[in-house]
Design a binder for this molecule. Sequence first.
Ligand code: 5RP
Length: 223
Amino acid sequence: MNEKKEVGEIAADYVKDGMVVGLGTGSTVFYTITKLAQLVQQGLSIKGIPTSLQTEKLARELGIPLVSFKEIDHIDLTIDGADEVNTDLHLIKGGGGALLREKIIAKAADTFIVVADSRKMVDILGSFPLPVEVIPFGVEKTGKYIEALGGKPILRQKKGSPYLTDNGNYILDCSFFEILQPGDLEKDLNLIPGVVDNGLFVGMADVVITLNKQKEIDINLRK
Ligand code: 5RP
C-alpha cells in the first residue's frame, strides 16, 4: 500500500469549486496536487498558491491555475505534508526546505489540512531534526544560540555547498531529541537574531489525515 498516495488523494475531497488552495510541498502532497489537476481537467475551478518553487513548477506543468498574494485576500484551504505530527497535532515541517513559505501559507488559510503517512505520527516531537531557516550572515553565531537552547545544529548541504532555500537562506537541521514544549521552543528560536523561522507548527493544523494501525484512514481534528 502506498500510504502517501492514499492520504494525499483523500485530502483533495476537501477542495470545493471556487476555492483558493494553498499547495504544500513534498512527496505526500504531490498526490493531492496530482489529484487536483485531474479534477481541474474535469471542470473544477480553483486557484492554487504554491509553497515552493518546486510546487509552483509541478502545478504549472499539471495545469492548475495559480495566484499570488497580490491577487487574493485569503486562502480557503491549505493542504501540506509534515515530517512529524504529535498527539496534539503539533508538527515538525521543513524536511523539504520550504518551511517559511509553508508557514505563511498555512497561517493565511481558513483551514489547514495535513497529510501524513503513519510513520510520521509520534508521541513526542524531536526524533526528526528540526529545520531552522537562518540568514547566511552570522550563521556560526546563530548556531551557537541554538545550541544554548539545547539543539545540535548541522548546516544542510546540497552538492557540497550550503543548501539555499527559495528565499536565499540557509537551513540548520537541529537535533533536540525530545521537544516537550514545542510552543515555547518555536517562540524562543524565533527570538534569535538571524533566525527567520523554524519548522515547528504549533496549534496550526486543523485536520491531520493519516492511517491507523489497521491501515484504515484516520482523520484527526484539532481539539
Ligand atoms: C517540506 C515539508 C514537507 O511537507 C515534509 O518534509 C514532508 O514531506 P514528504 O511528504 O515528502 O514526506 O515540510 O518543507
